[in-house]
Ligand binder design. Structure first.
Ligand SMILES: Cc1cc2nc3c(=O)[nH]c(=O)nc-3n(C[C@H](O)[C@H](O)[C@H](O)COP(=O)(O)O)c2cc1C
Length: 173
């Protein structure tokens, strides 16, 4: 077992990059909030990912929040590389224009967080991209605004292919 597995479970997201005409999407667990004002998040992307090339080229990416219904796509996006295959053809998701970045959003997701890269920190075999969230749109999984009652997330149990999701029970501390 790798030492980083002690940090699991983690939420699972989709990172889109490139453009609407030439989109790529990869799966990422290593996403974290960094600042409320300005709204910043960080995502660690391995050097060898095709996504890294596209983020370096465009300076933009989108963090899409999938639902468990998209697990098959999440797995494809997380196991095939855009360097070798056109993932857009293999996935059942619909890419739509984002409002403020070239990287597309995903229609079937809950929220699409449009990010512009403000910094990139080398962290061993990954690069930690710090993105400012410049726009948020809601996909089909949220008809209107996000509401805790219909929020549904994918939780990755550990490295490997086991996932779960939130139950609708809420425990208060
Ligand atoms: C559930 C899951 C989570 C992942 N999280 C990350 C991550 O946070 N960072 C990363 O660099 N790769 C992560 N990966 C691996 C990439 O998604 C995978 O290598 C993908 O094929 C890269 O695609 P690309 O080459 O088109 O960018 C994850 C894979 C899975 C299945």
């Amino acid at each position: 077992m790798h030492v980083l597995e002690y940090l699991y479970p983690m939420r699972t997201f989709l990172i889109t990059s490139g453009s609407l005409e030439n989109p790529n999407v990869m799966t990422a667990d290593w996403v974290t909030p960094l600042s409320m004002n300005p709204p910043l998040l960080g995502v660690a992307i391995a050097h060898k990912r095709h996504t890294k090339k596209l983020i370096d080229k465009y300076g933009e990416f989108v963090v899409s929040v999938p639902t468990i219904e998209l697990l098959k796509d999440v797995w494809i996006a997380g196991t095939l590389s855009g360097a070798k295959v056109n993932k857009a053809e293999k996935l059942s998701v619909t890419f739509v224009s984002s409002k403020k970045v070239k990287a597309p959003s995903i229609k079937e997701c809950q929220a699409n967080l449009e990010c512009k890269v403000v910094d990139a920190v080398e962290t061993g075999d990954h690069v930690f991209y710090i993105g400012e969230i410049v726009e948020v749109t809601y996909g089909d999984a949220f008809n209107d605004k996000p509401d805790v009652k219909n929020y549904n997330f994918i939780l990755h149990i550990s490295f490997g292919n086991s996932f779960t999701t939130n139950s609708h029970e809420i425990y208060r501390a």
